[in-house]
Design a protein around this ligand. Structure first.
Ligand code: 13P
Ligand code: SF4
Length: 329
C-alpha cells in the first residue's frame, strides 16, 4: 500500500484530526482534514471532536491550539519553530518594556499587541499587560481597537507588519533599536522579521513590471514596507488566496509570499516574485513520512514527548486571555 493510502487508513481508524497550514508541502496538505491560515486553524482545531490533533505547521500554531483547548493532545510530526517567533522571548519582551521606559514611555501607557507568530510565553506576557493577539487578517481591526485605549501600541515581533499597518492607518511608527524617537510614535515595533518574506525586493517588482505589461503585484504584509508601498495588493494568506482566485484567467500576477501556497493556487499566469524559491524552511520540515510515523505512535501508544506540545498552566491562563481578546474583536 502506498504511504498516502496508509495515512488515510490510519486516520480513519484513530481518534485523530490532521490539521495543515497553507504553507505545508502538498503531500501533507493533501491528507489534512482541516487546512487554513493560522487564525482559521486555531479556531477550527478547537472544535474537532477528536482528542488527538496532528498539527502540521510551526510551533506557535500548535501551542495556540493547546492554549485554547488544553484538554486535547496536540502532536506535531516536527516541532518546527517559525524563525520570526524565535526572535522574541519573555526576556526580550521585558527588555523592550524597559527600553520604552528609558525613552520616556511609561509601562502603564503601553498596550502590547503580539502577532500570532510568537510563543505562548510571549502571548502570556502580553495578556498580563492587558494586551491582545492579532493575525495578518485582523491586524487593522485589532490595532484600531488597541488605539481606543489612548495608549501607545508596542507591536511584537514583526517590524514589517507593524510598520505596514501604521502606514495604512496614517500613524507614526518607530522600531526599537533602530529609531531614536520612540516616544513620538503611535506604534512602537520590535525589530523582528520573517526571513522568507525578506526575500522579495523592489528590483523583483521592477523586473516583472518591465517584463509583463499590466502584471499585478500581490504581497503579504510580512514583506518590507518598501515592497508593500509598491504593490497593487497587500493581504494576509487568506486574503491573497481570495484575491488571486478571483482574478480573470488571463490576468498575470506576481506573488510575494511562501512558495508552496502560491504554487498550488493557480497554474496559469501566476509568478513567484523572486528569483529564489521562497520556501519556509521550518514549514517544509514536516513530511508525509513523519505524519505516518506519529499516526503509528498514536496507534501503538508510543507518542514521544518531543512530538507533543506542553504549555505551562500559568502561561496557558494569560496566553488564552490574549487570544480570546482577539476573538472578541
Ligand atoms: P497566516 O497568519 O497568514 O497564516 O501566516 C502565518 C505566517 O507564518 C505567514 O508567514
Ligand atoms: Fe515564520 Fe516566516 Fe515561516 Fe511564516 S514564513 S512560519 S513568519 S518563518
Amino acid at each position: 500500500m502506498d504511504l498516502k493510502k496508509e495515512v488515510l487508513k490510519l486516520k480513519e481508524e484513530l481518534d485523530v484530526t490532521i490539521v495543515a497550514h497553507f504553507y505545508q508541502r502538498d503531500e501533507v496538505f493533501d491528507v489534512a482534514d482541516i487546512t487554513g491560515d493560522s487564525l482559521e486553524l486555531a479556531k477550527k482545531s478547537v472544535l474537532t471532536p477528536h482528542h488527538n490533533i496532528i498539527f502540521c505547521g510551526v510551533g506557535f500554531m500548535g501551542e495556540s491550539v493547546k492554549v485554547l483547548a488544553p484538554h486535547k493532545r496536540v502532536i506535531m510530526p516536527k516541532v518546527a519553530c517559525c524563525a520570526m517567533a524565535r526572535m522574541i522571548d519573555e526576556l526580550y519582551f521585558d527588555e523592550s518594556i524597559a527600553t520604552l521606559e528609558k525613552a520616556g514611555v511609561k509601562k502603564e501607557d503601553v498596550l502590547p499587541i503580539t502577532y500570532i507568530n510568537s510563543s505562548a510565553a510571549v502571548k502570556a506576557r502580553v495578556g498580563e499587560m492587558g494586551g491582545l493577539v492579532c493575525t495578518s487578517s485582523n491586524a487593522f481591526k485589532i490595532i484600531e481597537r488597541g488605539l481606543e485605549s489612548g495608549k501607545k501600541i508596542l507591536f511584537v515581533p514583526d517590524r514589517c507588519l507593524g510598520q505596514n499597518f501604521a502606514r495604512q492607518m496614517n500613524l507614526k511608527s518607530a522600531v526599537i533599536g533602530v529609531d531614536e524617537n520612540l516616544a513620538d510614535a503611535d506604534i512602537i515595533c520590535y525589530n523582528g522579521f520573517c526571513s522568507v518574506h525578506q526575500l522579495f525586493s523592489v528590483e523583483d517588482i521592477e523586473f516583472y513590471r518591465e517584463k509583463y505589461e499590466g502584471i499585478l503585484i500581490a504581497v503579504h504584509p510580512e514583506c518590507d514596507p518598501s515592497i508593500c508601498e509598491h504593490a497593487d495588493f497587500v493581504g494576509s494568506t487568506s486574503e491573497l488566496i481570495k484575491y488571486i482566485k478571483e482574478l480573470p484567467i488571463d490576468q498575470k500576477v506576481a506573488v510575494g509570499t511562501e512558495y508552496n501556497m502560491v504554487s498550488r493556487l493557480r497554474t496559469k499566469n501566476t509568478y513567484i516574485l523572486s528569483s529564489t524559491k521562497p520556501e519556509c524552511p521550518t514549514m517544509n520540515e514536516t513530511t508525509l513520512k513523519e505524519v505516518h510515523r506519529v499516526l503509528l505512535d498514536i496507534k501503538n501508544d508510543t507518542v514521544s514527548k518531543e512530538n507533543e506540545i506542553f504549555v505551562d498552566k500559568e502561561v496557558i491562563k494569560w496566553a488564552k486571555v490574549a487570544l480570546e481578546r482577539m476573538f472578541e474583536v
